[in-house]
Design a protein around this ligand. Structure first.
Ligand SMILES: Cc1ncc(COP(=O)(O)O)c(C=O)c1O
Length: 398
């Protein structure tokens, strides 16, 4: 008996693989600060739970495969508020953005097709692509440029006759980049000139700092038929556990076929859809307050990091992550050591080695991705611990 080659080609989560070491440290009484995962600590808005508490149904039936009307309409209303018009038949509710991306790849790609992704990228794209039998081809973006797109030629050079789409996370996980209007326009032009789709993963849309403007691909009116928009309530409303996302597209060929995949998994959780639909009633003030909090955290983390000897990073503009180069040889080894061999006053920090966010060999080996989903005081403590950890580690490894 043999298991599949497909499953063997998939990888265990790079973000979660150090969890057993963190659990061990906690068992020994060490407090672990989590800078490793994009799980916001912000409260999910009351509106979500209020709607669920009001639910009076006696039987939890399968819902419509496309998604419940109340939820689709609430997404439509949200988009109207940011000048994006979707009709009801253009939105498909999914089990998080994750399933949305997978359904999209299954719909537009054949086995062995390629998608272009700026590197470093959200590591889970690898497994989602593998499930669909699709190959990720990356083009490099650099820390020194704040991971902005500098060179159209370099992107175009990666296009082959198998390339179907570009998959773009904006704002970026793990980079924190927020693409300018010119960059979005450049990608739109590439899509037009080379007949590609754009899978626009905009799950971090509401997390933009320094008063920057967010430019959605949906504002590029001349390529609307090429765009498949991916969204989710996970980050926007700090509701990762609800597993509610969506795919929206103006391309009728795609939306028609997407329904087959939605039907194949019958439906998405009724209760979570009911809760999510009521999030449209969350006041605008909520986003303002959350943004102020994240911007404060971003500043604390960035200022703290650049003051550590030998650390290099650029100030992220959005989302809640930063890629930092540390004065070490191997961040995998260091991240593990921080959990297994180090503590200061019985405290340590969990960080994510950045290697898993790159597909090019040798890139990211001395980098980590840090998230700022913990409160300001804990962030300050984490920076202190990271600094101490680097000092001790480098003395031991001289
Ligand atoms: C860029 C990006 N896209 C998609 C997802 C998945 O989101 P969801 O929880 O909606 O599946 C994440 C989660 O971290 C992400 O960072």
């Amino acid at each position: 008996m043999e298991i599949s080659k497909r499953i063997l080609q998939m990888q265990f989560s790079e973000i979660r693989k150090l969890i057993p070491f963190a659990e061990e440290a906690k068992k020994k009484g060490v407090k672990v600060y989590h800078l490793n995962i994009g799980q916001p600590d912000i409260k999910t808005p009351e509106e979500f739970f209020q709607a669920i508490n009001k639910y009076k149904g006696k039987t939890l039936k399968y819902e419509n495969s496309q998604g419940m009307s109340i939820l689709i309409e609430s997404f439509m209303k949200y988009y109207k508020g940011i000048n994006i018009d979707f009709n009801k038949d253009e939105i498909y509710i999914t089990n998080g953005a994750s399933e949305g991306i997978q359904h999209t790849l299954m719909t537009i790609c054949d086995y062995d097709d390629e998608i272009l992704v700026p590197e470093p990228y959200y590591t889970n794209y690898n497994n989602i692509a593998k499930i669909a039998g699709v190959n990720i081809v990356s083009f490099n973006t650099l820390r020194k440029d704040g991971f902005h797109l500098k060179n159209k030629e370099e992107i175009v050079n990666k296009i082959s006759n198998k390339t179907k789409a570009m998959l773009i996370s904006n704002p970026g996980n793990p980079t924190g980049v927020v693409y300018t209007k010119e960059e979005i326009r450049m990608l739109a032009d590439i899509a037009k000139e080379h007949n590609l789709f754009i899978i626009a993963d905009e799950v971090y849309r509401e997390f933009i700092y320094d008063k920057l403007n967010f430019v959605s691909f949906m504002y590029m009116k001349d390529i609307l038929d090429r765009i498949i928009l991916i969204d989710s309530i996970s980050k926007r409303y700090s509701a990762c556990g609800a597993r509610i996302g969506m795919v929206a597209t103006k391309n009728k060929d795609i939306s028609k076929q997407l329904l087959k995949l939605c039907q194949s998994r019958l439906s998405v959780s009724t209760i979570d859809q009911i809760g999510a639909a009521n999030l449209i009633n969350v006041q605008k003030e909520y986003f303002k307050e959350v943004n102020i909090e994240y911007e404060k955290r971003r500043n604390i983390l960035y200022d703290g990091l650049i003051n550590i000897n030998g650390v290099n990073c650029k100030k992220p503009e959005g989302a809640f992550y930063i890629i930092a180069q540390l004065p070490i040889k191997n961040s995998n080894d260091f991240a593990k050591w921080m959990l297994t061999n180090f503590n200061y006053e019985n405290k340590t920090v969990m960080i994510t080695p950045a290697k898993g966010f790159y597909s090019s060999a040798n890139l990211g080996v001395d980098e980590v991705r840090l998230s700022y989903c913990i409160n300001c005081e804990d962030l300050k403590e984490s920076i202190k611990l990271l600094n101490k950890g680097l000092e001790v580690y480098n003395k031991l490894n001289k």
